[in-house]
Design a binder for this molecule. Structure first.
Ligand SMILES: CC(=O)N[C@@H]([C@@H](O)[C@H](O)[C@H](O)CO)[C@@H](O)CC(=O)C(=O)O
Length: 320
């Protein structure tokens, strides 16, 4: 069984994989990226090679190198580095899981294989179990993201008895809006010390009420500080302040969702806010348009999410 080390909690940034203009991974900025998350956003956990990190668009050797870079650069700075090792091939997933253990990662996460699909819970568990067994000392997280995998097996069902099959099972990364399913995962596992990590940033407050112990998301790369303020307000039971923060964050996410928001746009926003060049995404994704970035920048400024003295006086819709 995995050593019951520190529980993964609080905000976890779903990391972006920085790329150069010609589509190669830009390893050279990852150290700077770690410092930015810790110092500017107060985020000390990362989820590497997931959706935001374009993990499934990288080669296996690239995924290994990205994981190594985050573990190395995060040493003594980050609390936990969790590596997503899901793949369509069980062998590749096992190789990545073993590699994560060798380099000293703090945990692994796996999503459901989504081309040749597991059609029921038992088959999916068998797949996850084989991957987890390749890294028997590492905490294992299931990455539930049905809108992208097309696997609709409810997380509640999957969690039922999961530790009997996967002794290293430590938690769930729940990237879905079904709060009934999420709530039941928490409710039915109260006796267990699982981490329940919510993955829909614009709905995090509702998930905290349901018992989320943390959150993994793309926006914590650049809205980590604001979201941490929401978590702090929730902790001290100042719910109206927490709601105010959530509404503010929603105003931004709602705005960009209407423009068309995904990994490419996350890269553009993060470049703008952090000043660290994240580069373009890899095909089949397309670079965010200039128009998108300009609109996102104006919105960030109007919400006071990006320092800009010009608007401060009018403070159109600033959040505090
Ligand atoms: C579909 C998707 O990309 N969801 C994001 C959210 O953080 C999402 O960007 C945010 O809630 C805005 O909708 C995360 O759940 C993804 C994630 O954690 C990952 O990159 O692994």
């Amino acid at each position: 069984m995995a050593s019951p080390k520190k529980k993964l909690q609080g905000l976890v940034a779903a990391t972006i994989t920085p790329m150069t203009e010609n589509g190669e991974i830009n390893f050279s900025v990852i150290g700077q990226y770690v410092d930015y998350l810790v110092k500017e956003q107060g985020v000390k956990n990362v989820f590497v090679n997931g959706t935001t990190g374009e993990g499934l668009s990288l080669s296996i050797s690239e995924r290994r190198r990205v994981a190594e870079e985050w573990v190395t650069k995060g040493r003594n700075k980050l609390d936990q580095v969790v590596i997503h090792v899901g793949a369509l091939s069980l062998k590749e997933s096992q190789e990545l899981a073993q590699h994560a253990a060798e380099i000293g990662a703090d945990g692994i996460a796996v999503l459901a294989p989504f081309f040749l699909k597991p059609w029921n819970k038992d088959v999916l568990i068998n797949f996850l179990k084989e991957v987890a067994a390749a890294a028997p000392a590492l905490p294992f997280y299931y990455y539930h993201i049905p809108a992208l995998t097309g696997i609709k097996i409810r997380a509640e069902e999957l969690l039922d008895g999961i530790q009997d099959k996967i002794p290293t099972f430590q938690g769930l990364k729940f990237s879905d809006t079904d709060l009934l399913d999420f709530g039941q995962c928490v409710d039915q596992n109260r006796q267990r010390q699982f981490a329940f990590l919510f993955g829909v940033d614009e709905q995090l407050l509702s998930a905290l009420v349901m018992g989320a112990t943390g959150a993994v998301g793309s926006t914590y790369n650049y809205l980590g500080k604001k979201t941490n303020q929401m978590l702090e307000a929730f902790e001290r039971k100042d719910f109206s302040v927490a709601l105010n923060y959530q509404f503010c964050i929603q105003r931004f996410i709602n705005f960009v969702l209407k423009l068309g928001f995904g990994v490419s746009q996350t890269k553009a926003i993060m470049t703008l806010v952090s000043g660290i060049p994240m580069g373009p995404p890899r095909l089949p994704l397309q670079k965010a348009s200039r128009e998108f970035t300009d609109n996102a920048e104006a919105k960030l400024k109007s919400l006071d999410f990006l320092s800009f003295t010009g608007l401060k006086d009018r403070n159109l819709e600033a959040c505090s």
